[in-house]
Design a binder for this molecule. Sequence first.
Ligand code: CO8
Length: 255
Amino acid sequence: MAYLSIHDDGPVRVIRIARDERLNALNLALVDELVAALEAADAEPQVRAVVVTGGEKAFAAGADIAEMADATAVDMKLRDQFRAWDRILGVHKPVIAAVRGFALGGGCELAMACDLVIAGESAKFGQPEVKLGLMPGAGGTQWLARRLGKARALELLWLGEPITAQEAMALGLVNRVVPDDTCVAAAVELGKRLAEMPPVALRCIKEAVYQAMDTTLADGLEAERNLFYLLFATEDAREGMRAFMERRKPSFRGR
Ligand code: CO8
């Protein structure tokens, strides 16, 4: 792993992007490593949640501009970099971003592709691609339009100015703002709480919520209902309901 440092804190896998000298600019090799690390965490049963974080100054300052500066449209098309990127959304386990400093361009899109976001007070979120004569390519227009609505999305995308952690919180882009020095610990803590929950239920809930962003209400309700029925096939649902009746703490095994 050239660009990541990875460790486990109990059931939580912590993946830190560690290309600090370039403010964690996301080059192709780094994104490949990150996607592989996320998929590995998803496949290992003892891992129940994943935290993705960066450095103190930058979560990630965007795509690596040096890698794109001389590329033609055909180069970019052939690079097909979003094939790897799209696999981030295929991760089933909870993924929590712990963001300190700059989360710009692809870095902001990475945070938005995570399920939950804990922001340190220094976090700055933005899509500055317009200042390079570009626009977001890893989902920024779609996430922001869906989550903030047209007017606020366009202002952020057209002016390219970053917003603070508190502003991002007010817009619903982050779950909570904490002091920088507790940011990763807060994300791990949240991951540990999720680790106590029944994994199959978490997975089905994630699937239903993401489907809600992309479907009609009727189709979404139908999908939710089917996932709800499916959970009755799990041992964890038996255990959860029995533990309630027996007034004890449930122990979930992910089956
Ligand atoms: N790409 C390459 N290198 C970068 C990047 C970047 N995005 N950001 C910072 N660096 C490098 C700098 O070149 C500098 O290198 P060196 O020391 O060799 O000169 C080093 O990191 C430190 O950066 P600065 O000296 O600029 O630090 P400052 O504190 O002065 O400024 C900023 C910090 C404001 C964050 C500034 O670095 C900046 O504006 N960075 C670029 C931000 C940006 O425009 N991001 C959008 C990039 S385009 C994009 O993300 C498109 C997404 C498409 C999909 C991506 C999928 C991965």
